[in-house]
Design a protein around this ligand. Structure first.
Ligand code: FES
Length: 230
Protein backbone atom coordinates (compact mmCIF):
# COMPACT_ATOMS: atom_id res chain seq x y z
CA UNK A 1 0.00 0.00 0.00
CA UNK A 2 1.37 3.38 -0.93
CA UNK A 3 -0.21 5.63 1.69
CA UNK A 4 -1.97 5.33 5.01
CA UNK A 5 -3.38 2.05 6.22
CA UNK A 6 -6.67 1.17 4.57
CA UNK A 7 -9.82 0.94 6.65
CA UNK A 8 -12.86 -1.15 5.94
CA UNK A 9 -15.76 1.04 4.90
CA UNK A 10 -19.33 1.08 6.12
CA UNK A 11 -21.77 1.87 3.34
CA UNK A 12 -24.14 4.59 4.39
CA UNK A 13 -27.11 4.53 2.03
CA UNK A 14 -28.17 3.22 -1.34
CA UNK A 15 -30.07 6.02 -3.07
CA UNK A 16 -32.56 8.85 -2.84
CA UNK A 17 -30.35 11.20 -0.83
CA UNK A 18 -29.77 14.74 -1.91
CA UNK A 19 -28.96 18.07 -0.38
CA UNK A 20 -30.91 20.37 -2.59
CA UNK A 21 -33.27 22.07 -0.17
CA UNK A 22 -30.86 23.75 2.17
CA UNK A 23 -31.05 27.27 0.84
CA UNK A 24 -34.68 28.28 1.35
CA UNK A 25 -35.01 31.52 3.27
CA UNK A 26 -31.39 32.63 3.04
CA UNK A 27 -28.88 33.76 0.49
CA UNK A 28 -28.34 31.13 -2.18
CA UNK A 29 -25.08 29.33 -1.49
CA UNK A 30 -22.57 28.83 -4.22
CA UNK A 31 -21.43 25.45 -5.42
CA UNK A 32 -18.58 25.23 -2.92
CA UNK A 33 -21.00 25.87 -0.04
CA UNK A 34 -23.24 23.07 -1.22
CA UNK A 35 -20.39 20.61 -1.50
CA UNK A 36 -19.43 21.43 2.10
CA UNK A 37 -23.03 20.86 3.17
CA UNK A 38 -23.01 17.48 1.52
CA UNK A 39 -19.78 16.48 3.19
CA UNK A 40 -21.23 17.44 6.58
CA UNK A 41 -24.53 15.70 5.92
CA UNK A 42 -22.71 12.64 4.66
CA UNK A 43 -20.65 12.38 7.83
CA UNK A 44 -23.83 12.56 9.92
CA UNK A 45 -25.49 9.90 7.80
CA UNK A 46 -22.44 7.68 8.24
CA UNK A 47 -22.65 7.85 12.02
CA UNK A 48 -26.34 6.99 11.97
CA UNK A 49 -26.27 4.21 9.44
CA UNK A 50 -23.40 1.94 10.34
CA UNK A 51 -25.72 -1.05 10.72
CA UNK A 52 -26.25 -1.34 6.98
CA UNK A 53 -27.40 -4.93 6.41
CA UNK A 54 -24.94 -6.81 4.32
CA UNK A 55 -21.51 -5.36 4.77
CA UNK A 56 -19.59 -6.54 7.79
CA UNK A 57 -17.07 -3.81 8.24
CA UNK A 58 -15.66 -1.15 10.50
CA UNK A 59 -16.45 2.52 10.18
CA UNK A 60 -13.28 4.54 9.58
CA UNK A 61 -12.63 7.17 12.21
CA UNK A 62 -13.06 10.86 11.45
CA UNK A 63 -9.30 11.25 11.57
CA UNK A 64 -8.85 8.51 9.01
CA UNK A 65 -11.42 10.09 6.69
CA UNK A 66 -9.88 13.53 7.07
CA UNK A 67 -6.47 12.14 6.26
CA UNK A 68 -7.84 10.57 3.11
CA UNK A 69 -6.69 7.11 4.10
CA UNK A 70 -7.77 4.44 1.59
CA UNK A 71 -10.87 2.43 2.39
CA UNK A 72 -11.56 -1.17 1.40
CA UNK A 73 -14.88 -2.50 0.17
CA UNK A 74 -15.90 -6.15 -0.06
CA UNK A 75 -17.37 -6.40 -3.55
CA UNK A 76 -18.74 -9.89 -2.95
CA UNK A 77 -21.46 -8.29 -0.81
CA UNK A 78 -22.78 -6.05 -3.59
CA UNK A 79 -25.30 -7.87 -5.77
CA UNK A 80 -25.84 -7.14 -9.45
CA UNK A 81 -27.79 -3.92 -9.83
CA UNK A 82 -27.01 -2.71 -6.31
CA UNK A 83 -25.24 0.44 -5.25
CA UNK A 84 -23.51 1.15 -1.98
CA UNK A 85 -22.34 4.54 -0.75
CA UNK A 86 -19.31 5.04 1.48
CA UNK A 87 -17.56 8.13 2.70
CA UNK A 88 -14.04 8.95 1.66
CA UNK A 89 -12.57 12.29 2.65
CA UNK A 90 -16.04 13.23 3.84
CA UNK A 91 -17.56 12.86 0.38
CA UNK A 92 -19.95 10.15 -0.83
CA UNK A 93 -18.39 7.50 -3.04
CA UNK A 94 -20.81 5.47 -5.14
CA UNK A 95 -19.98 1.85 -5.93
CA UNK A 96 -22.30 0.03 -8.32
CA UNK A 97 -22.31 -3.57 -9.48
CA UNK A 98 -23.73 -3.08 -12.96
CA UNK A 99 -25.87 -5.68 -14.66
CA UNK A 100 -25.10 -7.03 -18.16
CA UNK A 101 -28.16 -5.14 -19.38
CA UNK A 102 -26.86 -1.89 -17.91
CA UNK A 103 -23.56 -2.41 -19.72
CA UNK A 104 -25.43 -2.92 -22.99
CA UNK A 105 -27.38 0.28 -22.44
CA UNK A 106 -24.16 2.24 -21.94
CA UNK A 107 -23.14 1.27 -25.48
CA UNK A 108 -26.52 1.79 -27.12
CA UNK A 109 -26.64 4.58 -29.73
CA UNK A 110 -29.92 5.75 -28.21
CA UNK A 111 -28.05 6.47 -24.98
CA UNK A 112 -24.81 7.79 -26.44
CA UNK A 113 -26.55 10.37 -28.60
CA UNK A 114 -28.08 11.95 -25.49
CA UNK A 115 -24.74 12.47 -23.71
CA UNK A 116 -22.67 15.64 -23.58
CA UNK A 117 -19.29 13.90 -23.21
CA UNK A 118 -19.79 10.21 -24.02
CA UNK A 119 -16.06 9.57 -24.53
CA UNK A 120 -14.94 11.25 -21.31
CA UNK A 121 -12.84 13.83 -23.11
CA UNK A 122 -13.09 16.27 -20.19
CA UNK A 123 -10.68 15.21 -17.46
CA UNK A 124 -13.08 14.00 -14.79
CA UNK A 125 -11.50 10.57 -14.33
CA UNK A 126 -8.14 8.77 -14.25
CA UNK A 127 -6.75 7.37 -17.50
CA UNK A 128 -7.84 3.85 -16.57
CA UNK A 129 -11.47 5.05 -16.63
CA UNK A 130 -11.33 6.85 -19.98
CA UNK A 131 -13.44 4.23 -21.71
CA UNK A 132 -17.11 3.61 -22.45
CA UNK A 133 -17.77 2.23 -18.97
CA UNK A 134 -15.63 4.85 -17.13
CA UNK A 135 -14.12 2.24 -14.83
CA UNK A 136 -11.32 -0.24 -14.37
CA UNK A 137 -13.70 -3.19 -14.72
CA UNK A 138 -16.91 -2.88 -16.74
CA UNK A 139 -19.13 -4.47 -14.11
CA UNK A 140 -18.04 -2.13 -11.28
CA UNK A 141 -18.62 1.62 -11.34
CA UNK A 142 -16.96 3.92 -8.80
CA UNK A 143 -17.93 7.60 -8.72
CA UNK A 144 -17.90 10.65 -6.52
CA UNK A 145 -21.61 11.21 -5.83
CA UNK A 146 -21.64 14.99 -6.15
CA UNK A 147 -23.57 16.61 -8.98
CA UNK A 148 -21.31 18.79 -11.10
CA UNK A 149 -23.94 21.52 -11.21
CA UNK A 150 -24.32 22.76 -7.62
CA UNK A 151 -23.27 19.78 -5.60
CA UNK A 152 -26.44 17.83 -4.77
CA UNK A 153 -26.35 14.07 -4.44
CA UNK A 154 -27.87 12.48 -7.55
CA UNK A 155 -30.35 9.67 -6.98
CA UNK A 156 -29.47 6.18 -8.19
CA UNK A 157 -32.33 5.19 -10.52
CA UNK A 158 -31.06 2.20 -12.49
CA UNK A 159 -34.41 0.92 -13.76
CA UNK A 160 -35.62 2.07 -17.19
CA UNK A 161 -39.01 3.74 -17.11
CA UNK A 162 -41.09 5.37 -19.86
CA UNK A 163 -42.17 8.26 -17.65
CA UNK A 164 -40.16 8.77 -14.46
CA UNK A 165 -37.93 10.53 -13.50
CA UNK A 166 -37.89 11.73 -17.11
CA UNK A 167 -39.54 10.56 -20.33
CA UNK A 168 -37.91 7.47 -21.86
CA UNK A 169 -35.62 7.04 -18.86
CA UNK A 170 -32.91 4.47 -19.67
CA UNK A 171 -31.54 4.09 -16.15
CA UNK A 172 -28.88 6.20 -14.46
CA UNK A 173 -28.64 9.04 -11.96
CA UNK A 174 -31.18 11.81 -11.62
CA UNK A 175 -30.40 14.95 -9.65
CA UNK A 176 -33.67 16.20 -8.17
CA UNK A 177 -32.32 19.67 -7.41
CA UNK A 178 -32.43 21.02 -10.95
CA UNK A 179 -33.07 17.94 -13.08
CA UNK A 180 -29.60 16.96 -14.26
CA UNK A 181 -29.31 13.46 -15.65
CA UNK A 182 -26.40 11.05 -15.87
CA UNK A 183 -26.18 7.53 -17.25
CA UNK A 184 -24.95 4.49 -15.32
CA UNK A 185 -21.35 5.48 -16.04
CA UNK A 186 -21.86 8.95 -14.58
CA UNK A 187 -21.87 10.54 -18.04
CA UNK A 188 -23.91 13.72 -18.09
CA UNK A 189 -26.74 14.28 -20.54
CA UNK A 190 -26.84 17.18 -22.98
CA UNK A 191 -29.04 20.19 -22.18
CA UNK A 192 -29.08 19.77 -18.40
CA UNK A 193 -27.65 22.19 -15.81
CA UNK A 194 -24.71 19.97 -14.85
CA UNK A 195 -21.72 20.70 -17.10
CA UNK A 196 -19.51 17.66 -16.57
CA UNK A 197 -19.53 13.93 -16.03
CA UNK A 198 -19.47 12.77 -12.41
CA UNK A 199 -15.90 12.51 -11.11
CA UNK A 200 -14.14 9.17 -10.67
CA UNK A 201 -11.97 8.86 -7.53
CA UNK A 202 -8.61 7.10 -7.40
CA UNK A 203 -9.12 3.40 -6.73
CA UNK A 204 -7.76 -0.04 -7.48
CA UNK A 205 -8.66 -3.68 -7.06
CA UNK A 206 -6.59 -5.31 -4.34
CA UNK A 207 -7.90 -8.71 -5.39
CA UNK A 208 -10.97 -10.11 -7.15
CA UNK A 209 -13.34 -9.12 -4.37
CA UNK A 210 -11.68 -6.14 -2.71
CA UNK A 211 -11.92 -2.58 -3.99
CA UNK A 212 -9.70 0.05 -2.42
CA UNK A 213 -10.82 3.66 -2.82
CA UNK A 214 -8.12 6.27 -2.43
CA UNK A 215 -5.25 4.34 -3.96
CA UNK A 216 -4.29 4.06 -7.64
CA UNK A 217 -3.12 1.00 -9.55
CA UNK A 218 0.69 0.68 -9.61
CA UNK A 219 2.38 3.26 -11.80
CA UNK A 220 -0.54 5.70 -11.90
CA UNK A 221 -0.48 9.10 -10.21
CA UNK A 222 -3.96 10.58 -9.99
CA UNK A 223 -5.86 12.58 -7.42
CA UNK A 224 -9.16 14.45 -7.40
CA UNK A 225 -7.09 17.63 -7.61
CA UNK A 226 -6.38 16.65 -11.21
CA UNK A 227 -9.98 16.84 -12.41
CA UNK A 228 -11.71 19.81 -14.01
CA UNK A 229 -14.50 20.05 -11.41
CA UNK A 230 -15.43 18.23 -8.26
S1 FES B 1 -27.19 20.35 -8.25
FE1 FES B 1 -28.36 21.28 -9.80
S2 FES B 1 -28.93 19.61 -11.05
FE2 FES B 1 -27.70 18.69 -9.55
Amino acid sequence: MSSATASHASPVYTDDHHAGDHHAGGPAPNRRDLVKLIATAGAAIGIGAIAWPFIDSMNPSADVIAAGAPIDIDLSKIGEGQQIVVLWRGAPMLVVHRTPQALKTLQAPAMIQQLADPNSVVHQQPAFAENWHRSAKPEFLVLVGICTHLGCLPNYMPTPDPVSPAPNWMGGYFCPCHGSKYDLAGRVYKSVPAPYNLPVPPYRFVDDKTLRIGENPPGIAYTLNDIVQM
